[in-house]
Design a protein around this ligand. Sequence first.
Ligand SMILES: [Zn+2]
Ligand SMILES: [Zn+2]
Length: 184
Amino acid sequence: MIHKLCLGDFRENCYIITNSKNKCVIVDAGEEFEKIKNFIDKNNLKIKGIILTHGHFDHCASCKKFQDLGVKIYIHKLDADKLYTDNNLAGLFNKTFDEFDADVKFDEGNLKVGDFDFKVIHTPGHSNGSVSFVYKNNIFLGDTIFLNGVGRTDFYDGSTKKLISSIQKLKPYLNGEYNLFCGH
Ligand SMILES: [Zn+2]
Ligand SMILES: [Zn+2]
């Protein structure tokens, strides 16, 4: 099952993918650590990992607290530096951020997290290391595509040109056969 929590001032969508063995993978863990933790505890879930669509603070603000509890954090190698520098944009929005380093820096391709099998599609544009995750017939798009538009490309490593080719690359997943999960 896929559960959604809407977190923080930017109403970031945190998705919790569960299986029948009460294991889960979290896609993006933004602000409001307690809200995520309470959901996990209430449902008796064991977190196998947190995978990040990109490194902006509104998608990873709770990660350090989970990492301190032994949860591994995964991010594309091109966004990894955002987790320990101002490049996560927290400063720009006057937010405090618990810096950390990711446990796994992945590239495009298959990604196994516990028993969960994902396909990573590199979709730069909103940030250079933005990715989409395919899981069964679901796709998690981060801030690349929203229901009524696309992500901003005016941050320091954004690119409209790259965003357009990323959307082309995602076309096979936008034909109605996949459930779309956006980052906001
Ligand atoms: Zn973003
Ligand atoms: Zn965002």
